[in-house]
Ligand binder design. Structure first.
Ligand code: NAP
Length: 524
């Protein structure tokens, strides 16, 4: 039997009472460790975090908590090699893909540590300037933001066991709110190990950070009115979270990051050979293959003028053909596995579903696996589909509402008539995604870009613009930077995370204080 990982609750490491669920290597098929949360006293765990962890964190100032985040990021940095090993084994990722999760998580934590310093040695924040409530400025209204006196429950997805933890924990802990993380079972090991390293280092007060690995049963039932829950995962599970009585009856604040059919848009009027086309091809190929396409922000639909469909299809297919797929331990391999057999089958099924309304432009099955047994390894080759022409893009509905969570994208041509309606058609197709996390836009004419971008911001949390002048320095369509908002309206879940210090809003309660100016100046 492999090791049963412990949970950390009520300030103690505790094993579940059951035999546990096994976590596997998706390339070799071997069992790695087991997780189990059965028999834990969840009521006591939540109460301990809420009362002990919360009180201790709130006694500190923002600057003091920021220093703790900085210390935690150093501990994680020192143990980075172990995280890479766990990631290779449990997520089947090549080094570059591991970096997105592990180093992305550490970077986000250290960025919040730096941003938090600027908040200073205070215990709550002013929100805006005082507003007069009468002619005489003697009586005014001042809004303040105070850390909520509850816990933050994180229910996370399998694809980012590191980044998914720290992008939420950094703003919560900086706000003074204790966190309880429940990682997705399949990849819980890395989250558990990172929490263990930080707990062992004794950086945060007891109860500030807890980890529960295993079933989600009973977690939502523990939530009280001042708690918050932040969920990342599928739209189906999101619907269960939203309809839980903690949310519907106790007004527990909820943030949802769900699935998303993100787009890349090449503007009209780019000639064959233009740099903007090259940049689009490079970025789409990268987005399709990083983490085997298991990124909520990955490009799923590639909007190009109909007249450039063949050009882009050929360039992209040629690039994808060079991607080596297989065992991530082999240095020659560019793309490892998807996370487990269930996801492998889901990608296969999703492709079959999309293919009924699209043609095959590059078939992932043509990629022979390197050092991996196709009968065991959950490796999928990159696959590019296309809806052939503008009429095909209008007729297809599946490409606009299906997120295949793997290395799969569809080329979606829009009308090319040479007038402004071409762009309108592209935008209309993008909106059929019903709200996404991110769209990237490619072009070389700043005026045309300036007109197109505001047409996307109502339906996307982030718009990433790639022009030739930023070719070497832009941060990537799918990379979520802590300085920028992450989340999206509609089917993307309607959530908002990160965005610099804006992330702290979720963990604070806003109140208006109506008082005399003399009193307001004494608020500290
Ligand atoms: P999932 O099946 O919905 O699971 C997500 C989390 O919810 C897991 O921790 C899971 O635990 C837990 N869970 C399952 N049933 C639950 C219930 N009834 N009550 C409470 N929690 C429950 O999603 P996934 O397959 O892990 O993740 C893939 C999806 O996440 C994709 O669609 C992707 O687009 C989306 N995603 C979105 C973002 C974003 O930021 N917008 C980021 C990453 C991924 P178990 O693992 O124990 O079942």
């Amino acid at each position: 039997m492999t090791e049963l990982l412990s949970n950390y609750v009520s300030g103690q490491w505790q094993k579940g009472k059951g035999a546990g669920t096994a976590l596997h290597d998706p390339v070799l098929g071997t069992e790695l460790v087991r997780v189990d949360a059965s028999g834990l006293d969840l009521a006591a765990a939540f109460a301990f975090a809420r009362h002990n962890g919360g009180a201790a964190l709130r006694a500190l100032t923002y600057a003091q908590r920021a220093a703790m985040l900085g210390a935690a990021s150093k501990v994680l940095q020192a143990n980075r090699d172990a995280y890479y090993d766990i990631s290779t084994a449990n997520s089947g990722t090549v080094k570059n893909d591991t970096a997105v999760d592990v180093d992305g998580g550490i970077y986000t934590l250290s960025t919040y540590a730096k941003m938090g310093e600027s908040l200073g040695d205070v215990h709550f924040m002013h929100d805006g300037e005082p507003a007069r409530l009468a002619k005489d400025p003697l009586f005014q209204s001042q809004h303040v933001l105070t850390p909520t006196r509850g816990v933050a429950l994180f229910i996370n997805a399998f694809n980012f066991p590191s980044w998914g933890l720290w992008e939420k924990a950094a703003p919560a802990l900086l706000s003074g709110v204790p966190v309880i993380v429940k990682p997705a079972t399949t990849t819980a090991w890395l989250t558990q190990r990172m929490v263990k390293d930080v707990v062992d280092a004794g950086i945060f007060p007891a109860g500030a950070i807890s980890v529960i690995c295993g079933s989600s049963a009973g977690l939502m039932d523990q939530l009280e009115p001042f708690d918050v829950v932040s969920f990342t995962g599928s739209a189906d599970t999101a619907a269960i979270i939203r309809s839980h009585p903690a949310v519907t009856k106790k007004s527990v604040r909820v943030n949802i990051e769900a699935d998303s059919v993100n787009s890349a848009l090449l503007l009209p009027n780019e000639a064959v050979g233009s740099e903007a086309i090259d940049l689009l091809v490079k970025e789409v190929a990268r987005e399709m293959t990083v983490k085997s396409g298991q990124k909520c922000t990955a490009i799923r639909r590639v909007l190009v003028p109909e007249s450039l469909y063949d050009t882009v299809a050929q360039a992209l297919s040629a690039r994808l053909a060079k991607i080596t797929v297989g065992n991530p331990r082999n240095e020659a391999v560019r793309m490892g596995a998807v996370v487990n057999r269930e996801q492998f089958n889901a990608v296969r099924d999703g492709l079959t579903y999309l293919k009924s309304q699209a043609s095959m432009l590059h078939d992932g099955n043509t990629h022979a696996l390197v050092e991996a047994d196709a009968a065991i390894a959950c490796c999928v080759g990159p696959t590019l589909l296309g809806t052939r022409d503008a009429a095909g893009s209008d007729a297809a509905d599946r490409v606009h509402d299906t997120e295949v969570f793997g290395p799969v994208a569809t080329l979606v041509p829009y009308r090319t008539t040479g007038n402004r309606h071409d762009l309108d058609h592209a935008l209309q197709l993008i909106r059929r995604g019903q709200g996404s996390l991110v769209a990237s836009v490619y072009g070389s004419d700043p005026v045309a870009l300036g007109k197109a971008i505001p047409e996307l911001t109502d339906s996307h949390g982030r718009v990433h613009v790639i022009t030739p002048d930023v070719a070497a320095i832009h941060t990537g369509h799918g990379n979520v930077m802590p300085q920028s908002l992450h989340g999206g309206p509609g089917r993307a879940g309607g959530g908002e995370e990160l965005g610099g210090l804006r992330a702290l809003n979720f963990y604070h309660r806003r109140a208006a204080i109506q008082a005399s100016t003399a009193v307001l100046t004494q608020l500290k």
